[in-house]
Ligand binder design. Structure first.
Ligand code: SF4
Length: 404
């Protein structure tokens, strides 16, 4: 099955922006592209590796399974190759995630400490929506600590659950934090078209709404809403001109074919999500997932690498669950194409790697932070690059400074 050329994205209906075309032209002129001519491996991956970096949303599930099942060492090599086509491989964006309304959620996601269904067992009390001042100051602190994207999560079924006053406060938070020069993302549950438009008008950069897992496995995880509801909200977000952030969770008890199903669904949306979080389950005591073993670093790297090959221009975010991964595991994920982490020692309600540990990791791996608003250009109307700077510049490898 041969895929022909980088322009395939145009043929299959995905529009590459002028900026992207210019970048590809530049790459074609350089030695860089020559280095991307990948020799056939013992396990022949040439049917898709010949077209690495092509932006397409007509992947078949068989193709996705084929990529996913590539021997890991080959898969990471190919994913790293794609990663370098569109990103500075040393740049990793630091994002901060703050819970602005904790607990008491009417949904029943089996992994979540915030569902009211498990609140007694988890021992988490429902709180009110946070004050504007508190959230703003948290965003300032996050920016000072190096985060360039600020994400706010509310444990709601959606803004319709709470009415206009509370939603209005969230809109104000978005506007004020956006004025700090940060990318602003919210995750508030299901959105109507009008709510999505209001968030866009307030200045929202991105909206997070994870698909979590495959369409087939979804009802084993959540019963209070359907996969189609998730896709509907993603459509409303996209049509409002907000960048889509959508990914999943690894380690929910899903089979590998569900990981393939999740990645296939994401990569065949009308436009690739600008942002694809790959989370490792953090099993919370009191939830039905209590005691579940976290996925290994190798499993995470396989998912990251497959996402990077399928969605070359998206930011692939190594999100929750990094505490269960060693620095070496995380390094493998960065080599496989991950280019974002959550910074700060708490993610909504679960623990996260602390600032010192991440600073040491950045130092040890030679990573740098990623500025805000750098080229998310999957080609659709909500990520056409209109509010983003040119693509990150590729950085020549440089020698590490070693003190005498
Ligand atoms: S994951 Fe979100 S929607 Fe599901 S229970 Fe938790 S807060 Fe509610």
């Amino acid at each position: 099955m041969g895929f022909s050329h980088l322009t395939r994205g145009v043929k299959c209906g995905l529009r590459l922006s002028n900026q992207t075309n210019a970048t590809l032209a530049l790459l074609n002129r350089s030695n860089f592209v020559r280095n991307l001519s990948v020799p056939a491996s013992a396990e022949d991956t040439s049917h898709w590796s010949n077209d690495l970096g092509t932006v397409r949303n007509d992947w078949t599930r068989e193709e996705v399974a084929d990529i996913f099942n590539t021997p890991l060492i080959e898969l990471i090599y190919h994913a790293g190759t794609v990663h370098r086509m569109y990103n500075d491989p040393r740049q990793v964006q630091q994002c901060t995630l703050l819970s602005i309304k904790t607990g008491g959620c009417p949904e029943d996601c089996k992994y979540c400490a915030q569902s009211s269904k498990y609140s007694k067992e988890v021992g988490l009390k429902a709180e009110k929506l946070a004050d504007l001042d508190y959230v703003y100051h948290e965003a300032v602190k996050a920016a000072q600590a190096g985060s360039t994207r600020f994400c706010m999560g509310a444990a709601w079924r959606g803004p319709s659950q709470v009415g206009p006053r509370q939603f209005g406060r969230v809109l104000e938070m978005v506007t004020q934090i956006r004025a700090l020069g940060m990318e602003v993302c919210t995750t508030l549950g299901m959105l109507t078209p009008d709510q999505a438009k209001a968030l866009r008008a307030a200045g929202l950069t991105a909206y997070n709404h994870n698909l979590d897992t495959s369409p087939e496995f979804y009802e084993k995880i959540t019963t209070t809403r359907k996969y189609e509801d998730r896709l509907e909200t993603l459509k409303n977000v996209r049509e409002a001109g907000i960048s889509v952030c959508s990914g999943g969770i690894i380690g929910l008890g899903e089979a590998e074919q569900d990981r393939v199903g999740l990645l296939h669904t994401l990569a065949t949306l009308p436009e690739h999500p600008e942002s694809v979080p790959v989370n490792a389950l953090v099993a919370v005591a009191g939830t039905p997932m209590e005691g579940a073993a976290p996925p290994s670093g190798l499993e995470m790297a396989r998912c990251v690498a497959t996402a990077r090959i399928l969605m070359p221009q998206s930011v692939v975010r190594l999100s929750a669950g990094r505490l269960s991964l060693s620095v070496a595991d995380q390094a493998m994920c960065f080599m496989a194409g991950a280019n974002s982490i959550f910074a700060g020692d708490k993610l909504l309600t679960t623990p996260n790697n602390d600032k010192d540990a991440d600073s040491e990791m950045f130092e040890a791996l030679g990573l740098t932070g990623r500025p805000p608003f750098i080229g998310y250009q999957s080609g659709g109307p909500s990520s056409d690059g209109s509010e983003f700077q040119p693509l990150g510049q590729m950085v020549e490898p440089r020698r590490r400074e070693v003190s005498a």
